[in-house]
Design a protein around this ligand. Structure first.
Ligand code: ADP
Length: 808
């Protein structure tokens, strides 16, 4: 029994041992497989590493860049084939382990090698890559440019060696130089072209300006105005293109100087006024009177933004309205006492509008929408792109909202600094200026209402003449504003009711042409003109008629090589009654300066032979205080950023852009001619004589005399004398014709006298007489003088009435 039990236990043990043996052998098989796999894996890994190393090696070997591997003592461990090939080194072994600087000195020259040594020693502890630039003169005279990059090789965070990458940049540098040269050439080209185009434009615009003053023929006048307009358009296109290229090349400069905001607005409005004349468009203004009086910014560029937006609104609106709203927001500067200001311009119109899909493209360059429909409208598609760039340059932006065929609203803003926070238009005690106002157009009426509210004036509108008179008689008003049609009625009403109301005329005519002695506000009726009206001042004169003084003892020298430019400058200076001397070249001008005591010299900058720049150097180097103090102004057609500084640095006192802008000339002269040397041009000189002679349109006649009544009076006296003599001749011809046919020579003389009479009548504003004289010329051509006697009688009585009026 016990034996059985033992053998069973033994059997069990054997089985267990067998099982264990089996599992051990299985485990062994598995680990053998694992080992095999591991070995295989290791070999793959090795292969991969080898492959990668090979790859890296190939990469280095085939690199076109020169690369070195250095140990931490700058000994060469490796270099790329590019270096060996570039310097004809047959085998790497020739440089292995050699000092990097020693090797490279042969190719770089000592000076560069020294620089490189300094660079390496300065940066040998640097843990980041460093770069240095080198220029190496080659034996063949060429110059090569290199960038050398030094990068540390780190092992456990410690520098163990370096890589040096030598990158040749000759081609890039050359390309950059070429691009810069091309850019400089482009700017130079633009400057030359600008000068070349502006100079003849100077002649075109200036001469048409002068011819306009001379002509007595309305048709010629019309042609001349067209020429002047086309010239100005061309100039504005040239300016656009120049601006655009400046923006493109990043040369647009914003020149910040203090300026009066109201005069900028006045300027803009007078320009836009002219554009408005030939379309049924109502011009509306909402210009906040609280905008600070004196701002600091680039007034020329702000003006450009406003003019672009407004002229677009006028261009793309056939009828309805164009409205300008100007508001502001003060921005507090934390680190300065000066306050910044956001000026916001909103120009709305009831014009052709812009499709939604087109609105995004608007501010791109050369975009003109619906070019077919708008073919008649002049433009380059640059205006808005320039406007946006100008806004950006002044910290602002521009946006548009528009409804196709209904109208558009452009909103632009710019940042400016303030120099004086006083409001640009301000009334003392506005609450005591209770006003009644009437205007025939309801939109203008409401815009006047807006201005009164803005100024704090309690005001009430009348929607028609009846209501105006009714309200005038039923309440007490300090002021009543009304258009010229109502003058008689309003005056009568005030007279009869013995009211203390002060009448103020709302006049759309230019100030010089208003037949009214009382207060008036001139169009457009906005804060400044309304405040001026309240203050009893004449509204700011329209730029067209502005000759604010004369200086008969002032000696001025004009130097220009072109006769035509001299004539223009002389013509523009004529109303100032100065003593003008001219010279056609700089050496002659210098002689004149030595011999005379001029008060001011206007000198062309570009002249053949000695140019303005050389001339000013000579003048300033002459011995004597006179030569240092003499104001010399450069006249130039090439206006570029920083021009003022350039001219001042050369010794000029200022510059005057050509073509000389007749309208701005007065401001320029005011800057240079000392007040003590100016004689006032009596403003009464600029109001019409008011002689009330039938057949004489004084307003028209005054235009020929630059609105000067003094000149007009002289002209009329001259006319009376001259006409007397010509009438005598006409009578003689009529008498001769009674008995016989007109002799040929009498006919010729008759025709020429009628011609003179016609143009004289036209000049003084006697248009009907001019027309009759014209008709008589035709019949006289046929030898017919039948109607001559009637004409002689009428003209004689006209002359007598005029003489009487002139003597009073
Ligand atoms: P352009 O010299 O052609 O007027 P702009 O850049 O000033 O160039 O304007 C680009 C285009 O935008 C214009 O050609 C016109 O189609 C459109 N546009 C500009 N202003 C207005 C506007 N007030 N109303 C309708 N379309 C306008």
């Amino acid at each position: 029994m016990a034996e059985d039990t033992n053998s069973a236990k033994l059997e069990q043990k054997i089985k267990k041992l067998e099982r264990e043996l089996q599992s051990t052998s299985e485990a062994m098989k598995l680990s053998e497989k694992t080992l095999q796999a591991k070995v295989r894996f290791m070999s793959i890994l090795h292969e991969e590493k080898f492959r990668q190393e090979q790859f890296l090696y190939m990469l280095l070997e085939n690199s076109i860049d020169i690369m070195f591997l250095l140990d931490k003592d700058f000994k060469i461990i490796y270099c790329t084939k590019a270096y060996l090939e570039a310097y004809n080194i047959p085998h790497f072994e020739m440089i292995r382990e050699r000092d990097f600087i020693d090797v490279i000195t042969q190719h770089m020259g000592n000076e560069n090698a020294q620089r490189l040594q300094v660079f390496l020693s300065e940066h040998q502890q640097s843990l980041k890559p460093e770069k240095v630039e080198f220029i190496v003169d080659q034996d063949d005279g060429k110059r090569n440019h290199y960038n050398i990059h030094l990068s540390p090789l780190l092992k456990d965070g410690v520098i163990d060696g370096y890589t040096i990458l030598v990158h040749e940049t000759t081609k890039i540098v050359k390309a950059m130089e070429e691009a810069e040269q091309a850019n400089a050439a482009k700017s130079q080209f633009l400057a030359v072209i600008s000068h070349e185009i502006r100079t003849p434009m100077n002649a075109v615009i200036g001469m048409s300006e002068l011819a306009l003053r001379e002509t007595e023929n309305p048709l010629v006048e019309e042609y001349l105005m067209d020429i002047r307009q086309a010239g100005n358009n061309l100039l504005s296109i040239i300016n656009d293109v120049l601006d655009f290229s400046k923006i493109e090349s990043g040369n647009l400069q914003i020149i910040d100087v203090p300026y009066e905001f109201s005069s900028l607005i006045n300027d803009v409005l007078s320009v836009i006024r002219i554009h408005l004349t030939d379309k049924p468009i109502i011009f509306l203004t909402e210009i906040d009177s609280n905008i600070p009086r004196l701002l600091i910014g680039d007034a020329v560029r702000v003006r450009q933004i406003l003019l672009n937006l407004l002229s677009n609104a006028v261009k793309y609106t056939q009828q309805g309205f164009v409205k300008i709203n100007i508001s502001h927001e003060l921005i507090k500067n934390n680190n300065s006492d000066q306050k910044s200001l956001r000026l916001i311009f909103t120009v709305s119109d009831s014009g052709i509008g812009i499709k939604k899909s087109d609105q995004k493209k608007l501010f791109n360059t050369f975009v003109r929408l619906e070019s077919k429909q708008n073919m008649e409208i002049e433009g380059t598609g640059l205006g808005l792109a320039i406007t946006r760039s100008l806004c950006y340059a002044m910290g602002g932006d521009i946006s548009v909202k528009s409804e196709y065929k209904k109208g558009s609203v452009f909103t632009a803003y710019v940042l400016q600094q303030t120099a004086d926070l006083q409001p640009m238009a301000k009334l003392d005690n506005p609450e005591r200026k209770k006003s009644l106002y009437y205007y025939e157009d309801p939109l203008i009426l409401s815009s006047i209402g807006w201005t009164f509210k803005n100024l704090g004036v309690p005001a009430s509108a009348a929607v028609n003449e009846e209501e105006l008179l009714e309200k005038l008689s039923s309440d007490l008003w300090n002021y009543v504003f009304f258009p010229s049609e109502c003058i008689a009625k309003v005056e009568k009403c005030i007279d009869i009711l013995e009211l203390n109301t002060i009448p103020v005329l709302l006049s759309s005519a230019a100030p010089g042409n208003i037949l009214w002695n009382g207060l008036f506000a001139s169009f457009p009726y906005y804060s400044v003109s309304i405040v001026n009206a309240f203050k009893g001042k004449k509204a700011v004169r329209s730029r067209d008629d502005k000759v604010s003084f004369c200086s008969p003892d002032y000696k001025i020298l004009i130097v220009d090589d072109l006769e035509i430019n001299l004539k223009i400058a002389q013509g523009l200076l004529a109303p100032y009654k100065m003593q003008i001397t001219t010279s056609k070249n700089a050496p002659h001008a210098i002689e004149l300066i030595k011999k005379n005591n001029f008060d001011l010299v206007l000198m062309d900058q570009m002249m053949p032979g000695m140019d303005g720049m050389e001339a000013i150097k000579v003048i300033r180097s002459l011995n004597g205080k006179k030569y240092q103090e003499l104001p010399v102004i450069a006249m130039t057609a090439n206006v570029f950023p920083g021009i003022s500084k350039t001219f001042k640095a050369s010794g000029f006192n200022d510059y005057l852009p050509k073509p000389i802008d007749a309208h701005r000339f007065n401001d320029f002269l005011e800057r240079w001619i000392d007040k003590s040397r100016r004689q006032s041009v009596d403003l009464s000189e600029y109001t019409v004589l008011g002689m009330g002679i039938k057949g004489l349109d004084e307003n028209k006649g005054m235009i020929s005399c630059l609105h000067s009544s003094v000149v007009y009076r002289e002209l009329l006296q001259l006319y009376c004398e001259d006409i007397n003599y010509r009438l005598g001749f006409l009578q003689m011809a009529a008498d001769e014709n009674k008995n016989q046919q007109l002799k040929e020579e009498t006919k010729t003389l008759l025709l020429s006298n009628l011609n003179i009479i016609q143009s004289a009548c036209e000049t003084i504003g006697a248009t009907a007489f001019a027309k009759t004289a014209d008709k008589l010329k035709t019949s006289a051509g046929w030898g017919d003088t039948l109607q001559l006697s009637g004409f002689i009688q009428e003209l004689e009585s006209f002359r007598k009435t005029m003489l009487k009026a002139l003597l009073q």
